[in-house]
Design a protein around this ligand. Structure first.
Ligand code: MN
Length: 486
C-alpha cells in the first residue's frame, strides 16, 4: 500500500517532557487520520527537532518509492532555518497541516506550559514563511483534525498526490504517430517526461496486429459471451463485433506486458487491422486505461491520470471531444462524442453494440458501444504545449440530458453547458488555446485540477462562472509575458 509520511516539527528548546507530549499527540493524529482515510497508510515519523533530523525525514520520504506525499505539522514553534536543507531534499507533494491536538482552548486551565506546547498558530507561520521563501509548492489545510470537512480536504489532497505519483510512473504507448498536420495533439515528449514523468514511446501497429492474429477462437467466444452479458447486441454483423473482441484481447495483452497505463492510435495507421478499434478502445477505457485518439499522447496520459485521481469517488471520467453545438439562444449546448471512442463510464443507459460505416479512414464498418450520457457538474480539461511551457485549461461545465433523442447518431455522446454562458465559455477556451480533445469528469472538481497544476508546477487557466473575457485576455497576456521573462 502507498504511504503518506506524517512529520511533526518542533525543537530541543522545550525539553524532553514537552517533546514526549509532542510525539504522543502526533501519533494520535496520524493514527486518527489512518482510521479515517482508506487506500493509503499514514505513517508517523519521529519529531523533527533540528536540521539533521529534518534532512533525514525528508530524504527518507524522497527515497521511499511507496511514499506519495508528506504531511507536515508544526505542533510547537520550529525555527525554520533548520527546514531549509530538508525541504530542498523533498521531492514529494507536500501538505502543511495547520491543526492542533486540542479543538477548544481550556479557558479555566490555560497557562504558559499549555501555550508553549500548543502553538501551531505561531510555529505554522514560521514554517510557512520558509516554504514560501523556498518556492516549494504545497497545499495548506487549516482546521481541527477530527472535523469532517478537514478530513475531506486531506482525502482530496491524497487523491491528487496519488495521481502525481501515478504520473511519475506512467508509460504511454503510441500506435502510430500523431495525425498528419494536426497541431494541438502534438507536443514535446521529452519535456513531458522531464516534467510529468510520462515515458511515451511509438510502436508500429504491426506489433499489435501480431497479437490480434494470435487470439484464439475460444478467447473470442468468451469475450462475446461477456459482451452479451453487459450490453445489448444491436447488430446482426457479429463478425465485426468479433473483430473488436480480438482487438480488446490483444490491446490488453500488449499494454499489460509493457506496463502501459495509456495509449493512442490513429485511423491513418491501421495496416493489418480491418477496423479502427472502437468497441475495443471503449472497453479499455472502462478498465481505466487512458486513451487519446489521433496520436494525442497528452490527452491519453491526462485521461489515465484523472481516472487515477477519481478512484474511489462517485462519477464518470473519460476522453472526450467537442464536436458540434446547438446554438438555440439561451439553450446553447455542446454535443461531445468521438468517431467511436467514448468511455462507457459515461453511459446513463445500457450500452448497445452497433456496427456502422465510418466515414473516415477507409476501413470496414467498426463495432462500437452507443449510449446516452450521464448528467451532473463536471470539469473539461485539456493540456496544450505552448512551446516554452505546458498549460492546463480547466472549464467548469454542466453535463445535461440531451434535449431530444438522436436515433440516427451512431456514436455514444454526452452534452454539456458552458460557463458562465456559451459564448463566453467557448471564446475563453479558444483564447486560451484549448484543444478539441479533453478529459471530462463528473468525479473531479476545478479544485482537484488546480491542486494537480500547483503540485506539478503547471500553468493553469480556469474557465468558470466568474470568467469574463477582458480579464481572461489580460491574464493570458500576463502569462505569456511571465514565460518570456523566465
Ligand atoms: Mn479526435
Amino acid at each position: 500500500m502507498k504511504k503518506v509520511y506524517f512529520i511533526t516539527g518542533s525543537q530541543d528548546l522545550y525539553g524532553e517532557e514537552c517533546l514526549r507530549q509532542v510525539a504522543e499527540d502526533s501519533k494520535v493524529i496520524a493514527s486518527y487520520l489512518n482510521d479515517k482515510i482508506d487506500g493509503v497508510e499514514i505513517v508517523y515519523q519521529s519529531t523533527v527537532r533540528d536540521e539533521a533530523s529534518c534532512v533525514e525525514a525528508c530524504a527518507k520520504a524522497t527515497n521511499d518509492a511507496d511514499c506519495i506525499a508528506v504531511i507536515t505539522w508544526m505542533h510547537t514553534f520550529s525555527p525554520a532555518k533548520m527546514w531549509i536543507k530538508g525541504l530542498q531534499f523533498l521531492k514529494k507533494p507536500l501538505l502543511h497541516f495547520h491543526t492542533q491536538a486540542n479543538e477548544k482552548l481550556p479557558y479555566d486551565e490555560i497557562d504558559m506550559d499549555f501555550m508553549n506546547l500548543n502553538q501551531t498558530a505561531h510555529g505554522g507561520r514560521e514554517y510557512g514563511f520558509m516554504v514560501t521563501r523556498l518556492g516549494v509548492k504545497r497545499e495548506v489545510i487549516v482546521g481541527y483534525y477530527q472535523h469532517e470537512d478537514v478530513i475531506e480536504k486531506i482525502k482530496k489532497f491524497i487523491d491528487v498526490a496519488r495521481a502525481v505519483d501515478f504520473s511519475k510512473n506512467l508509460n504511454v504507448a503510441m500506435f502510430g504517430s500523431n495525425m498528419r498536420e494536426v497541431s494541438v495533439t502534438d507536443g514535446d515528449r521529452v519535456e513531458s517526461q522531464i516534467k510529468y514523468g510520462w515515458n511515451v514511446n511509438y510502436y508500429g501497429i504491426g506489433d499489435l496486429v501480431a497479437l490480434v492474429n494470435a487470439v484464439t477462437d475460444k478467447e473470442v467466444e468468451d469475450k462475446m459471451a461477456e459482451y452479451a452479458s453487459l450490453y445489448e447486441i444491436n447488430t446482426t454483423d457479429l463478425d465485426a463485433v468479433k473483430e473488436q473482441a480480438k482487438y480488446e484481447i490483444a490491446l490488453e495483452r500488449f499494454l499489460k506486458a509493457g506496463n502501459f497505463g495509456a495509449y493512442t492510435d490513429t485511423f491513418q495507421d491501421l495496416h493489418g487491422l480491418k477496423q479502427l478499434p472502437g468497441l475495443a478502445t471503449q472497453r479499455m477505457m472502462a478498465k481505466g486505461y487512458g486513451f487519446g485518439a489521433e496520436g494525442d499522447y497528452k490527452t491519453s496520459a491526462l485521461n489515465a491520470i484523472m481516472v487515477e485521481m477519481a478512484k474511489g469517488r462517485k462519477g464518470s471520467t473519460g476522453f472526450m471531444e467537442d464536436y458540434t453545438y446547438d446554438f438555440t439562444k439561451g439553450d446553447e449546448v455542446v454535443l461531445g462524442a468521438h468517431m467511436l471512442e467514448v468511455s462507457p463510464d459515461f453511459a446513463s443507459n445500457k450500452p448497445k453494440i452497433e456496427v456502422h460505416q465510418l466515414g473516415i479512414g477507409g476501413k470496414e464498418p467498426p463495432a462500437r458501444l452507443v449510449f446516452d450520457g450521464v448528467e451532473g457538474d463536471a470539469v473539461a480539461v485539456c493540456m496544450i504545449d505552448l512551446g516554452n511551457r505546458f498549460r492546463l485549461i480547466c472549464a467548469s461545465v454542466e453535463l445535461v440530458k440531451q434535449p431530444k433523442a438522436m436515433p440516427k447518431l451512431p456514436v455514444a455522446r454526452i452534452m454539456w453547458k458552458l460557463k458562465p454562458d456559451h459564448a463566453t465559455g467557448a471564446a475563453a477556451w479558444i483564447y486560451a488555446g484549448g484543444a478539441h480533445h479533453t478529459v471530462v469528469s463528473t468525479a473531479l472538481s476545478v479544485e482537484d485540477i488546480r491542486l494537480f497544476a500547483k503540485l506539478t508546477d503547471t500553468e493553469l487557466v480556469v474557465i468558470d462562472e466568474k470568467t469574463n473575457l477582458a480579464d481572461l485576455q489580460d491574464k493570458l497576456d500576463m502569462l505569456d509575458l511571465l514565460a518570456k521573462l523566465k
